[in-house]
Design a protein around this ligand. Sequence first.
Ligand code: PNW
Length: 480
Amino acid sequence: MSQSTLPKDFLWGFATASYQIEGAPHEDGRADSIWDTFCRIPGKIAGNENGDIACDSYHQYKQDVKLLKDMGARAYRFSISWSRVIPLGGREDPVNQKGLQYYVNLVDELLANGIEPMVTLYHWDLPEALDERYGGLLNTDEFVADFAQYSRTIFRALGDKVKYWVTFNEPWCSSILGYNEGVFAPGRTSNRSKSSVGDSSTEPWLVGHNLLIAHGAAVKVYREEFKSRQGGQIGITLNGDWVEPWDPKDPKDIEACQRKLEFSIAWFADPVYRGDYPESMRQQLGDRLPKFTPEQRALVQGSNDFYGMNHYCANYIKHRSGDPEPEDYLGNLESLLSNKEGQDIGPETQSPWLRPYAIGFRKLLKWISDRYGRPIIYVTENGTSLKGENDLAKEEILEDDFRVWYFKEYVTAMADAYTHDDVDVRGYMAWSLMDNFEWAEGYTTRFGVTFVDYENGQQRFPKKSAKAMKGLFDSLMSKS
Ligand code: PNW
């Protein structure tokens, strides 16, 4: 096998999301998102924390850009807080110019430093007012129309300068963690010990459907009203872990692996690239899985200029016998950390769900490339937490050799997929630029290549991994 490389114009950088870093929840006219309200419910977030300060990026964004520049990054993926720009969220509600200006300033600062912005329109922080007004993501017509108008507002304000757009980050997480497990905002679930409202057997599938249609509607707005003039690209970002059979000799475990990929990834990617949900989902979910009307299908099919891929880890998959529970969202199977031989799929991290297994990244890139006709892929997130990192002293946190190792393994696996498997991957954003609000885990789990000192004015200190990234990409990107 020849040495793996990446193309010389490969777009690499770092990612963050609005609620996880900005803070300043009430400044300059911003209103609540569903994450502000969710964090106020005792017991939902580790340490009952919230994003009120987070990394203070609303005030320190110039520091963020300096970090990016010092690391040699070519790109930065960030998201926009909808309720900062349109506090009440709706298509008839007023635009908050001060909130919008923050993003104009950030984009200008990035461009002045030679860093390409990649903008996510929605990274889970729905305006609270829309949840209260009509049930938020559960309401097809209202949500789709409001998201399309919000997107139009952003394209108009930033589209001359921004060439990479992500509509939704990880609709799987919004649907399953928000409406089935109830561990993410708005916290709806059938589990009455967690919430008095919600139906895990139906709502996540409706929410997923609505997110797909809203994605399609925003892409239509971009293509019809902006793209020819602004010349950017737009896609949706999907999360997905790789799968290995629990028992490689059991055909049912091998089959279950495919089903797991279909229930997590193809749930969204099949409608976008092929026009309908996977057959395995229709079989298990029946009428609980919505059907596309011809108009909806026309919006969704063909709506990606690129595939946005978030990827962290892998699992062993064991089939289940018997009928699945109505709440099941995995595809009637178990997702495990060790196989039949008792071998772990990868070393422990601070995140219970995250075990590094870099070869799985290469395999999943190829699986996506093959199934969807070799789409352009931008990896929009990849990264790791470290077991016990938050318990260490600052000096020790800065020596994050495990994270250095993780990025080397994963980025090399990606270069292997590009070089040897003909995968058209063109960019990579590490998660994350800095430690930040890790959702239900609060600030106990750190994902940053930069240490954020939450005790001392959110000062930023680059870790070893921050310094290793440029060398890693330089060694792989061909000079010719
Ligand atoms: C992604 N899981 O979320 C998000 O896009 C980021 O905002 C987040 O900080 C990052 O990964 C690290 O967690 C995920 O439970 C959250 O499988 C949870 C899961 C997967 C992805």
